[in-house]
Design a protein around this ligand. Structure first.
Ligand SMILES: C[S@@+](CC[C@H](N)C(=O)[O-])C[C@H]1O[C@@H](n2cnc3c(N)ncnc32)[C@H](O)[C@@H]1O
Length: 220
């Protein structure tokens, strides 16, 4: 299969299923204009996050890894007017771009961007917990630690989504010394062995390549 087909199908789905979206299109353009890396979720993946947050009736969402706010907009759209999304970003310049994007998208009143390395900001969130949904999408080397925090700040019923867990297939290389692969493999070990969690992971192909996401439900 030619990876260009994945991009063509993503474009087809975006044009014919999702429809035009000025806020998300504008957010992507603003992020590109500001020189941010092109590593946000795709439009279909973003809609998946919106639907998932709506399906679980999320009122309180935690995101680790804001970038320019693309996925934050998708998640915040599912919140009720008094709902909140706290999103953690290490780079203050990225956080500034995200602030503008979420405000222009009309969800700024629900989005709280906290700047700092996530392992420093996560321990400050106990008063904001429990979160109904947690989306982990930052530095993959720390995925196991972020997953532990998602459990700490969740409750039975919390849904945890982790992006980029397949890494073009590298996840299956048990001898890998890539920190992102190692961190994600460690996270899978925790997911598999923690009796409080049911989890799976799905491979995806998309305009942004071959990857996948993990989905976990806190059961106890
Ligand atoms: C894949 S991007 C997030 C994409 C975003 N979720 C989206 O789909 O629109 C990862 C982000 O995590 C941030 N990041 C990396 N390491 C971090 C850390 N230790 N703490 C907080 N944010 C971090 C990066 O600066 C980057 O903006």
């Amino acid at each position: 299969m030619d990876p260009r087909t994945w991009a063509t199908v993503d474009d087809y789905l975006t044009d014919n299923l999702l429809g035009s979206d000025d806020a998300l299109g504008g957010a992507a353009r603003a992020a590109a204009d500001a020189g941010l890396p092109d590593i946000a979720v795709s439009a279909p993946q973003g809609r998946f996050l919106t639907l998932l947050a709506g399906m679980v009736g999320a009122r309180s969402i935690l995101e680790v890894g804001t970038l320019g706010g693309y996925s934050a907009i998708c998640l915040a759209r599912a919140l009720p007017p008094d709902g909140t999304l706290i999103t953690l970003e290490a780079d203050p310049r990225f956080a500034d771009v995200a602030r503008g994007n979420v405000d222009r998208a009309g969800v700024g009143d629900r989005v709280d961007i906290r700047v700092g390395t996530a392992l420093d900001t996560l321990p400050t969130l106990h008063d904001d917990a429990p979160f109904d949904l947690v989306f982990l999408d930052a530095d993959k080397a720390n995925n196991a630690a972020y997953f532990r925090w998602a459990l700490e700040l969740g409750r039975p019923g919390t849904v945890i989504v982790v992006d980029n867990v397949v890494r073009s297939g590298a996840i299956a290389d048990t001898a890998s010394d890539d920190p992102g692969v190692r961190g994600t493999q460690h996270m899978f070990e925790l997911m598999a062995t923690d009796p409080r969690v049911d989890a799976t992971a799905l491979q995806t192909v998309a305009g942004k390549g071959y990857d996948g996401f993990a989905l976990a439900l806190v059961t106890g």
